[in-house]
Every structure is written in C-alpha cells, then in structure tokens.
Design a protein around this ligand. Structure first.
Ligand SMILES: [Zn+2]
Length: 307
C-alpha cells in the first residue's frame, strides 16, 4: 500500500506539471458512457472506461490500475442506480481524488435525467433477489435515454471547460441528428414485430423492449441476479411453449448451458444480444450497438418464422 501511495504521489506531481488547457480527462464505468463522452467531447477530452463491454457491469473485478486512473481523472461518469455498487465505491474512496467523489464537481451520475423503469413500490426484501431499489439500471438501452445522457454529458463538460461549450453544443447537435435518423431506421425494422413475446436471461432489456415494442414474458434468472434453478426453468419452458415464445435473449457474460437446454425443449432460438458497446470488437459506438442488436434480432425473428 505504501508503495502504491508513493506511485500515486509521483503521478500527481507529473499531472500538475501538465498544461492546464489540456483535454478533460474522463473516466467512465462502462463503454457505453465512454462512447457517449467521445461523441460529445471529441478532441477536447480523453476518455477511458473501467469495465469492458463484454463484462457483467454489476460485477467487475477491481484492479489497482483503476485507482490510479481514478486518481488522475477530472471527471468520473457512472451509470448509477446502484449498477456499480458491488465494486466502484471503495475505488472512488481509495482514489484520494476529491473532485470525483459522489456529489463532487467532477462526478456525473448519468441516470439523473433519464427515464427509469422498474422502480419498486413497497418494501424490498432479500427474497426479491438483487432488485435495485432506485429502479432498473440498464436504462441506456433506450435510444432516447442515450440522447438524454449525451445532453447531461454536454452540460457537464461545458461547466468544466467553458471555453469549449460551443464545440460541445455543436457535437451534441450532430449526434442528436444522427441518432434521430438511426432511430427511424430501427423503429421501421422492428415495426412488423410489435408485441413479439421474448424471454431474456437477466432483466437487462426493459428499456429496449419498451422502445422497440417487445413483450418480455419471463427471465431465465428466477429473480434478478439469482442463477437459474431447475424448478424455475421448467415453469419457464411451459410458459414459453404455451405462449409460443421463440426468442431467448442472453447477455454475453452468462453461461449458455441453461439457455441451450431451454432451446432444446422449446425450439426457441438463443440469441447473444449485446447490452453494451464493446460487447464485440466491431461495436465501438452507441449507434453501432443498436445497429448490431436490431440486425441480429430481426434476422433471428425471421428465421423462427414467428411472424
Ligand atoms: Zn441488472
């Protein structure tokens, strides 16, 4: 630990010697956030994500290098809604960076200005599984929430670097236009399948389903964050057969054993959908993420002949 502190002190000394007009140094928890920061920040920021897009964002292995990155960050952008609660808070504390502490000038919780689903009513108990008390944290999978997140990033960067506010505003407008054109394309591609019943592994897709007209009738996890159980899997298979569900969406970080067994029993197609930018190498932007998922979904729906 003493060695780490010495390293940190050394890094801090180097940092203070760098030109003050240098780019805003942004660290994000996820690659989706990093992609949106790049859209808005352009060459006025440097940005790096702690988690990779193919990792489960609830459970990221905390590395010492994360502390060093956080120590020298000007801005930390988080998903919030307790998505990162299992790994991020101690890293923020250990970073010894006052600016990026929750509520600090260099801290942005991207969930504050978006539409949040699944906000629990009534009391939350352990029996409910890993339920997020402040609502579903997978909100970035609705393009309109992506737009609102980009706006919040624009506002924050403009506060931090006033001289570049016009630059950030112009980049936001450009992103907004490209996103609107893409949304029309995605909605048109999904329009014939409105109300299509699907099952998903984790509760990652309520915003996506809402945006594109899917009906999620069940989950492979018996409760959020709880691994599949034989009894629940049997019930789910019966329901899928009764409702003729032919699509099963799985996030890339879950074991395919149970989904494949469900597929054999029900004839449903297992489809590894990406919840995040960076889920595969070629998906490097927010718009590419939806392009990838919607292309995959539409081509799989056509194969199943459900509609
Ligand atoms: Zn979750």
């Amino acid at each position: 630990m003493r060695k780490l502190i010495t390293v940190l002190a050394g890094i801090a000394a180097v940092l203070t010697s760098i030109d003050a007009s240098a780019a805003v140094k942004v660290i994000t928890t996820t690659e989706d956030l990093a992609a949106l920061v790049s859209e808005i920040g352009g060459n006025k920021v440097t940005v790096e994500s702690l988690a990779k897009g193919y990792q489960d964002p609830h459970f990221v292995e905390a590395k010492p290098s994360f502390i060093i990155k956080l120590h020298s960050a000007d801005l930390l952008v988080v998903v919030g809604r307790e998505l990162e609660i299992a790994w991020l808070p101690p890293l923020i504390t250990q970073s010894r960076n006052g600016a990026i502490q929750p509520g600090g000038a260099g801290y942005l919780d991207a969930s504050q200005t978006v539409r949040i689903l699944d906000i629990p009513t009534g009391q939350i108990t352990r029996a409910m599984g890993d339920v997020h008390p402040s609502g579903n944290p997978h909100y970035w999978l609705d393009p309109n929430n992506g737009r609102l997140m980009a706006k919040a990033i624009q506002n924050k960067l403009s506060d931090m670097s006033r001289a570049d506010a016009a630059y950030f505003a112009q980049r936001y407008d450009d992103f907004d236009k490209r996103l609107a054109a893409a949304e029309q394309r995605w909605k048109a591609a999904m329009a014939p399948y409105k109300g299509l019943k699907v099952v998903t592994y984790h509760r990652s897709w309520p915003n996506f389903a809402d945006a594109f007209g899917l009906d999620v009738i069940g989950y492979v996890e018996p409760k959020p964050g709880i691994p599949p159980s034989p009894a629940h899997t049997l019930d789910l298979q019966q329901e899928m057969k009764a409702k003729n569900v032919k699509i099963l969406l799985v996030e890339p970080y879950f074991d395919l054993k149970t989904p494949n067994a469900i597929s054999r029993d029900t004839g449903a197609k297992v489809l590894v959908m990406l919840p995040s930018v960076g889920g595969v190498k070629d998906v490097t932007s927010y718009i590419q993420l939806f392009d990838y998922d919607i292309n995959l979904l539409v081509s799989t729906i056509k194969q199943t002949g459900t509609k």
